[in-house]
Write a protein that binds this ligand. Sequence first.
Ligand code: HEM
Length: 153
Amino acid sequence: MKDLVPIFPHLLAFFNISTVVLLILGAMAIKREDVIKHKRFMLGAVGVAVLFLIVYTLYHLEVGNVAFAGEGKIRWFYFGLLIAHVIGAVFILVMVPKTLFRAMKTNFIAHKALAKKTLPLWLFVSASGFMVYIMAFHIWPSKPLSQIVKLLG
Ligand code: HEM
């Protein structure tokens, strides 16, 4: 398992971007009143979210947090985005199952009312997760905090 840890950030980014695509396809399907395709895309997004949570937990248990390497004003943007992403993710953890259960119970009026809030927030959380990854792993390649502490000590 340890050998796989270095690929986890890239896998998580792939899950984030796949979620964005599935949510957009799901939203487009329901706009065309294609309930079958809407259901398939949304269940696909929920499946990807479950995989995301498993890999995310394994990654953070193994590596801890990453110390962002960017300097200057970009840190404000990065940490602002990261905080908004984390707060949004906490809400999403409750809102997605609720939105899904309402649909599964065929309570579509209540489903639609909540889904109109869940969908944009879920899109924001997934897209901001991908942006955080691009910043911390590609533009300003950053190291895990635990590794930096080891180097210092
Ligand atoms: C958590 C996953 C889901 C999300 C985020 C979601 C999102 C949405 C959104 C945003 C709408 C409103 C579209 C509009 O503005 O008109 C909607 C409507 C609808 N959804 Fe979902 N959906 C999800 C899962 C499902 C599932 C599993 C079903 C199962 C059949 C379903 C069935 C429907 C139906 C029938 C409508 C139309 C309701 C109406 O117009 O009265 N959805 N959904």
